[in-house]
Design a protein around this ligand. Structure first.
Ligand SMILES: Cc1cc2nc3c(=O)[nH]c(=O)nc-3n(C[C@H](O)[C@H](O)[C@H](O)COP(=O)(O)O)c2cc1C
Length: 320
């Protein structure tokens, strides 16, 4: 079953990632083959109070479509009001975060905290479904801990109340990011529901994408794997279509993309934050490249975008 008007076969999703999946990064991943992107999570309480930082997180453009806006919260009234407000931005869907594991959110009953009481989860999700004509999806984990795996129940509940897709990060809340994502649950979820099922967790290369589809997923969502290799989307699509591998991007391609991404960041956030907030992406662009120690030190201190671009081009020239 498609998500609203989105009818893409075997779509690859860019995962919502707080302070990572901002507009510039979404555009870059889109350019490199991500079919569907989702904003980082936005607090429903902050949304209804028009907090500027939160509004910036959900600023979307047509080039990013199809796109989902992700919200989190535990109050039915606030989630419902936030969903109504989001309608004006016309995202392709609203995603509800039922998976955030951090103590700050989960122990307050938000994010993965909703997995502790499926009655609460049902009420919160249902309040959003009822208050919007947009398709509603949810993103969650297997359960609170390994003694309380509830994902099959979650799937049945949300399917009944009209949710259009279910993304499962195949870890428990207790795991955080430890251990390995347990993809074997995807087959069980597939059997339990006819929901549009999006597999997530530890997908880093084309073989992982293929395996996740073999587990019965309708879509695959990639987070950290895209941060260290935003080319993973086009690489996976090519592999699924032809069974062959695309050549890895050259250093020049990496540097060109890094510069384009940096320019988008400055356009989006202005000179200061556009440069400083961008620093988290360098590790991904230069992962596995030898002799980058000095380059990375320089990139962490330079503030002028033109100087950064010159430094990147110099590195390319020296390395070529
Ligand atoms: C830095 C960071 C921020 C994240 N922020 C969010 C978020 O805002 N909403 C959400 O649903 N998941 C968030 N996640 C979880 C990811 O979407 C994803 O479920 C998780 O990283 C597992 O997928 P991966 O192995 O492909 O990274 C975040 C993950 C990371 C690493």
């Amino acid at each position: 079953m498609p998500i609203g008007n989105i009818k893409i076969n075997k779509p690859l999703f860019l995962a919502p990632m707080h302070e990572v999946t901002d507009k510039p990064f979404r555009l870059i991943c889109k350019e490199l083959g991500a079919d569907i992107v989702v904003t980082e999570f936005a607090s429903c309480e902050a949304l209804i109070r028009d907090i500027p930082k939160t509004l910036k997180k959900i600023e979307i453009s047509d080039e990013e479509r199809p796109i989902g806006i992700q919200i989190f919260g535990k109050s039915q009234e606030s989630m419902s009001a936030a969903a109504k407000k989001i309608e004006a931005l016309k995202p392709d869907f609203i995603d509800i975060n039922c998976g955030c594991w951090t103590k700050h959110h989960a122990t307050r009953g938000e994010g993965a905290g909703l997995l502790k009481d499926l009655g609460d989860l049902e009420k919160v999700v249902s309040s959003v479904v009822k208050s919007t004509s947009l398709p509603v999806t949810i993103k969650t984990r297997l359960g609170w801990d390994d003694k309380n795996i509830v994902i099959l129940d979650v799937a049945k509940i949300v399917e009944t109340i009209g949710v259009k897709a279910l993304t499962v990060h195949c870890r428990t809340r207790q795991q955080g990011y430890k251990g390995k994502a347990d993809w074997s649950w995807l087959k069980k979820i597939r059997k339990a529901t006819s929901l549009f099922l999006i597999g997530n967790g530890d997908v880093v290369n084309v073989e992982d994408v293929e395996k996740m589809f073999e587990m019965g997923c309708d879509g695959v969502m990639i987070g950290r794997g895209a941060l260290s290799n935003p080319w993973v989307f086009e690489q996976a699509k090519y592999f699924l279509k032809t069974g062959k591998y695309l050549p890895a991007p050259s250093l020049k391609e990496k540097i060109d993309l890094c510069i384009r991404h940096l320019k988008l960041s400055v356009k989006f956030r202005g000179d200061y934050y556009g440069v400083t907030d961008f620093r988290k992406y360098y590790a991904g662009y230069f992962h596995g490249i030898p002799h980058v120690a000095q380059l990375r030190i320089d990139l962490m201190s330079l503030m002028d975008i033109n100087k950064i671009i010159d430094r990147l081009r110099l590195f390319l020239k020296e390395t070529a």
